[in-house]
Design a protein around this ligand. Structure first.
Ligand SMILES: Nc1nc2c(c(=O)[nH]1)N[C@H]1C(S)=C(S)[C@@H](COP(=O)(O)OP(=O)(O)OC[C@H]3O[C@@H](n4cnc5c(=O)[nH]c(N)nc54)[C@H](O)[C@@H]3O)O[C@H]1N2
Ligand SMILES: Nc1nc2c(c(=O)[nH]1)N[C@H]1C(S)=C(S)[C@@H](COP(=O)(O)OP(=O)(O)OC[C@H]3O[C@@H](n4cnc5c(=O)[nH]c(N)nc54)[C@H](O)[C@@H]3O)O[C@H]1N2
Ligand code: SF4
Ligand SMILES: [Mo]
Length: 710
């Protein structure tokens, strides 16, 4: 156990940990342990990104570990599905039931009848997204395609500038023009904010483009409200102005880009006047934005994940990714684009996924279709008759909530859920299994928000009979008789395989050095010098920014996700125009008048912490923010319950009237638990399963609803 010398009482130690959540900040934690019990967590003050602070979601983490609601033993269902009535069983009994039932279902229907459902409840390399993949590949289960987050954006980004880490977030202090595009930094990427605020203090102009004037937008120098799903029109019109007025960087474009002439022709049609009609932004503002962006150095764009969640999300990111090369922003420290710097982390994913275990041609079902797969609306042969959920809570995070509930209630479906708590999903399980928290397990964290690798060392013994995800799959593999060596590797051995330690980015970093320091910056130039594409060198086929994308031309629509592990499963894509173009929102005002957004909540991390007392107090009851004009039209007053509905479903929330959302837009954060919501529904009751244009991304922002008083 790693301890640091801190003058405390003899029985008190401090253990270095890492926040396990799916959050760009990946904070380095210091865990205080007194008499074998974790009593406090704090951000590491020496970590340049964490800077001593955690966030409202995690700073009481010991309360989670020691929560009276925590699952501590395996349990078997004794009441009707969904009732939440269970009785304790032994691990042996639970594992035997799972193995026997999997075998019986497979004997009847074939191995694809088993479907895993998992995402990023835990983000660690050991216990995170890929933890069950080797097991389910070996079993021949249905491959669960996971494109919740950034796969459309990553596909577009990779097709344009390659899988590059992009701008170092710590270089933001050198930026003079910062565009925060569709992300609420202070809520979702808190530790980037001080760097932006520092740049602002040094004279940078901060621009925020969002349909909602959220807490980050309130601190911007220029807030630009935009109609949801129309950002592509704005980016294309910016290129129209930049090229039309000769503000592009001719030398950079000549040396480091492909397809400029075709792009120039393409954007002639995308005038600011046209874009103004799409976006609702005055044409003169579009011109001003384009001119300021093109003529202020260094200029940087920060896109979040929400930018992809509509019909044209992929093409939107394509257009935005073209901008920095067009104006030569990459020449400067603090200039360019920040998407997901995870591309800098040489994680050894194949060692955890073992794609070679998978029978060739195994079917792939995207998790957005879970509700349909379970109800039979998506005709699957064989049907899904066994489901195993871990690191996810589909009743909250997946679209078509009603169908998922109906599917999970099926008597012939055998469901296993591993979690910390009895979630709305776990309530439907036949077998519930208790998982350890970050304080009780080893892990190593990459980051999708900075250039540091972080080790998580267990601080305390597991509560009850909870076990880490790795151990769960070791036990299940043994029960199924899988004898591959991988299924016997200990967590210490898995840690040793987690990164490609010989990669240049890992020079000077070892597991032993991490045990001493807890975290380390990847071996890259300092943030005061880092200019990854000052001389081009984009990781695309041509080595250039591809205005005309050779990858899209050759492959059509494809899927790049965070872990690059599913691309090979994907069918050859439908053809895609290789030049950036506009794809309008899918759902229009003709059917339902209001555009619903479901961004992240401030106090929950997706659905995690959604049932913890302190976080519930901070977040408050599920609330719908609506413009006073739209509220008036419907006789809605502040604090009244309203029903939000469309032909997919309905849910109820408290109304909050605010001019911070544009007329025609309503906002309800995701993450609340249905069991705590009035009438038991949350935003994903009305969201569609439909994919965006690239990378099978979700279309959560492309959702139309009506709202009425209840
Ligand atoms: N409407 C709408 N829906 C959305 C989104 C949106 O913006 N709007 N966002 C989407 C996005 S971007 C994402 S990333 C997904 C997030 O979807 P998920 O990754 O599923 O999110 P969480 O709710 O954080 O985690 C799910 C569960 O994992 C459990 N868990 C945590 N750690 C462990 C562990 O070590 N072991 C086990 N067995 N379980 C663990 C947690 O307790 C929690 O119940 O949601 C997507 N859904
Ligand atoms: N507090 C907190 N932090 C989190 C999470 C959490 O649940 N809670 N989840 C983590 C995860 S998994 C993720 S993916 C990230 C996501 O973090 P972000 O990328 O910031 O995503 P969101 O909060 O969903 O949405 C951000 C903003 O996008 C706006 N938006 C929605 N649609 C559009 C559009 O079409 N155009 C424009 N211009 N704006 C639009 C919304 O109004 C919202 O203000 O946050 C991470 N951090
Ligand atoms: S959720 Fe994000 S900001 Fe909060 S402690 Fe974890 S990594 Fe840091
Ligand atoms: Mo996400």
């Amino acid at each position: 156990m790693t301890t640091i010398d801190v003058p405390l009482t003899p029985t008190t130690t401090t253990v270095r940990g890492a926040c396990p959540h799916d959050c760009p900040d990946t904070c380095a934690m210091l865990v205080t342990v007194e008499d074998g019990r974790a009593t406090k967590v704090a951000g590491d003050p020496d970590h340049p990104f964490t800077r001593g602070g955690l966030c409202v979601k995690v700073n009481n983490y010991p309360d989670k570990t020691y929560s009276p609601d925590r699952l501590l033993h395996p349990m078997r269902r004794v009441g009707p599905k969904g009732s939440g009535r269970f009785e304790q069983v032994s691990w042996d009994e639970a594992l035997d039931t799972i193995a026997d039932t999997f075998r019986a279902k497979i004997a009847e229907h074939g191995s694809e009848t088993v479907m895993p459902v998992s995402y990023l409840g835990n983000q660690g390399v050991l216990h995170g997204l890929t933890v069950g993949d080797a097991f389910f590949n070996r079993l021949g289960a249905t491959v669960s395609e996971r494109t919740y987050c950034d796969s459309g954006s990553c596909t577009a980004y990779a097709a344009t500038i390659g899988a590059t880490a992009g701008v170092d977030p710590e270089s933001f202090v050198h930026s003079r023009y910062i565009i925060i595009w569709a992300t609420n930094t202070i809520s979702t990427n808190l530790h980037l904010w001080p760097l932006i605020a520092e740049a602002q203090k040094r004279g940078a102009k901060v621009v925020c483009i969002d349909p909602m004037r959220h807490r980050t937008a309130q601190r911007a120098d220029w807030y630009i409200p935009i109609r949801p799903g129309t950002d592509g029109a704005l980016a294309l019109a910016m290129m129209h102005v930049i090229i039309g007025e000769g503000l592009h960087d001719e030398a950079y474009v000549r040396d480091h880009t492909e397809g400029f002439d075709e792009l120039a022709q393409r954007v002639v049609q995308y005038t600011p006047e046209w874009a103004s009609r799409e976006t609702g932004i005055p044409a003169e503002d579009i011109r001003t934005l384009a001119r300021e962006y093109a003529t202020t150095d260094p200029a940087v764009i920060r896109i979040g994940v929400a930018i992809e969640r509509h019909a044209g999300g992929g093409q939107t990111v394509r257009s935005i990714a073209c901008l920095p090369a067009l104006v030569g922003a990459w020449r400067h420290v603090g200039g360019g684009l920040l998407q997901l710097p995870l591309w800098a982390h040489p994680v050894n994913w194949p060692a955890f996924v073992h794609p070679e275990y998978r029978p060739p041609g195994t079917r792939v079902v995207n998790q957005f279709l879970l509700g349909r797969a379970l109800t039979g609306e998506l005709a699957l042969d064989p049907p899904v008759t066994a489901l195993m959920v871990y690191n996810s809570n589909p009743m909250v995070v997946s679209p078509e909530q009603d169908k998922i509930a109906r599917g999970l209630a099926r008597e012939d479906l055998f469901t296993v859920v591993s979690d910390h708590f009895l979630t709305d999903t776990a309530r439907y399980a036949d077998i519930v299994l208790p998982a350890t928290t970050a304080l009780e397990q080893h892990d190593i964290m990459f980051s999708w928000g900075h250039f540091y690798v972080t080790l998580n060392t267990p601080a305390v013994e597991p509560e009850g009979e909870s076990i880490p995800n790795t151990e769960l799959f070791r036990r299940l593999a043994a029960r199924m008789g899988f004898d591959e060596e991988y299924f016997r590797l200990t967590d210490e051995e898995l840690l040793a395989q987690a990164y490609d330690w010989s990669a240049p980015a890992m020079e000077g970093i070892t597991l032993d050095s991490l045990r001493e320091t807890g975290w380390a910056r990847l071996n890259l130039p300092s943030a005061d010098e880092y200019r990854p594409h000052a001389d081009g060198g984009f990781p695309t086929p041509s080595g250039k920014t591809e205005f005309r994308s050779s990858a899209l031309e050759a492959m059509g629509n494809f899927v790049v996700n965070l872990f690059r592990q599913l691309s090979d499963d994907h069918q050859p894509g439908t053809p895609v125009d290789p030049l950036p173009h506009y794809v309008a929102p899918r759902e229009t005002a003709e059917v339902y008048p209001l555009n619903l957004l479901s961004p992240k909540s401030h106090a929950y991390i997706n659905s995690s912490a959604g049932d913890q007392a302190m976080q519930k107090r901070v977040q408050g009851e599920q609330t719908l923010t609506i413009h006073p004009q739209d509220a008036d039209l419907r006789g809605i007053e502040e604090g009244r319950y309203v029903e939000i509905s469309n032909d997919r479903g309905r849910f109820v929330a408290l109304a909050h009237l605010s001019v911070d959302v544009a007329p025609g837009v309503v906002v309800c954060p995701m993450g609340s638990w249905p069991k705590n919501a009035k009438e038991g529904g949350t935003v994903n009751a009305v969201n569609p399963f439909v994919f965006a244009d690239l990378g099978n991304a979700p279309t959560f922002s492309d959702t139309r609803v009506e709202v009425r008083l209840v």
